[in-house]
Write a protein that binds this ligand. Structure first.
Ligand code: COI
Length: 361
């Protein structure tokens, strides 16, 4: 089956420039959407077809759409930056394309060919380039996603899917500068277990995380920290972020456990920390280790990383076993150095030594 090319059917009534500028002055996160979206259909036997860029609009859906009942849905998140030289580039979209394929396999969904995924992202960013905020940390957040469109209540892999891409301008996550977050370690709930869907970016993983996040909020914390699903001993992730632990000049992240999401930012931080001269490692880290190393001073910094917030320092830990501070509750030096180095590549302020940026043309 051949990969379809995307037919451009742009809108004849774009958001007026003045309204767009007003939105771009304070976009927040995920609140506003650009003028277009990409839709591509898949049906069993026929494969991918009807690839179109069309005006952004609501979808109409049968109440028995299988996704609404059984959550056969996956997504990705990546960003396009307007760089210091005025060009627009996306950050490592090939990585998102490959993870989207892995997620699709786990959820018994068809794989989107990498060139179709990249072509859809490029087409939307090119069409809605005016929505990429001016140079700096602000970006256009791109959300590819796929869901079942078959109608019926039988429980089986659907025979029809829709792959879509939408985009939303995103402000700098920390408006008044980077602030360390406090975390609540959840021992009652787990995000994922080996053999489950934790390695996939599946909508259901996020639904099942919400109660634990609400518990963290009720306890006055910003984020929830997940432990492993088997022993509830080892650190897995923080909210929707991967975690990093800094021991002086050693930068360590939890190793893959069969339930951890392989973050594109996680992979980028490992490379950048090595570039900056840190020794990097992927290891299991227990909650007890975290506490002990915070108390004896060997653990100097902890931070979370993800596409949306990029890098977030962790200042305080609260758990049923007690509370402690990390790095005196401040943003650490390694955290801020790695954060700047990553953002400099993304914004074009530093050379793209890893070939991570995909310029539009
Ligand atoms: C990210 O940090 O990039 C995420 O995955 C968050 C997103 C679900 C809003």
């Amino acid at each position: 089956m051949t990969t379809p090319t995307i037919e451009l059917k742009p809108s004849s009534s774009l958001t007026p420039a003045a309204d767009r500028e007003r939105i771009l002055a304070n976009p927040g996160f995920g609140r506003y959407f650009t003028d277009h979206m990409v839709t591509v259909r898949w049906t069993e036997g026929r494969g991918w077809h009807d690839a179109e860029l069309v005006p952004y609009a609501p979808l109409s859906m049968d109440p028995a759409n299988m996704t609404l009942h059984y959550a056969q849905t996956i997504f990705e998140g990546l960003k396009a930056y307007r760089r210091t030289d005025g060009t627009i580039a996306t950050f490592r979209p090939e990585q998102n394309a490959r993870r989207f394929q892995r997620s699709a396999r786990r959820l018994a969904m068809p794989e989107v060919p990498e060139d179709l995924f990249l072509g859809a992202v490029d087409a939307l960013v090119r069409q809605d380039g005016a929505w990429v905020p001016p140079a700096g940390e602000e970006s256009l957040y791109i959300r590819p996603f796929m869901f079942a469109t078959e109608v019926g209540l039988g429980v089986h892999p659907a025979g029809e899917f829709l792959f879509m891409v939408i985009a939303s301008p995103a402000g700098a996550y920390f408006k008044g500068g980077v602030k360390p977050v406090s975390v609540w370690v959840s021992e009652d709930y787990v995000r994922a277990a080996p053999g489950g869907t934790g390695e996939a970016k599946a909508g259901g993983n996020y639904a099942s995380s919400l109660l634990a996040q609400a518990e963290a909020t009720a306890r006055g914390c910003d984020q929830v920290v997940w432990l492993d699903g088997l022993e509830r001993r080892y650190i897995e992730e923080m909210g929707t972020n991967n975690l990093f632990f800094v021991y002086g000049d050693r930068v360590v992240t939890p190793s893959f456990s069969g339930s951890l999401l392989a973050g594109v930012t996680r992979d980028s931080v490992l490379a950048i920390a090595a570039d900056l001269g840190y020794e990097v490692a992927e290891e299991r880290i227990s909650l007890d280790d975290w506490r002990r190393a915070s108390e004896d001073g060997s653990l100097t910094e902890v931070f979370g990383c993800g596409t949306a917030a990029v890098i977030t320092p962790v200042g305080e830990v609260h758990s049923a076993r007690g509370s402690w501070k990390v790095a005196g509750g401040e943003s650490g030096e390694a955290t801020m150095k790695i954060r700047s180095a990553l953002l400099d590549i993304q914004t074009g302020a530093a050379p793209d030594t890893h070939g991570w940026m995909r310029p539009l043309d």
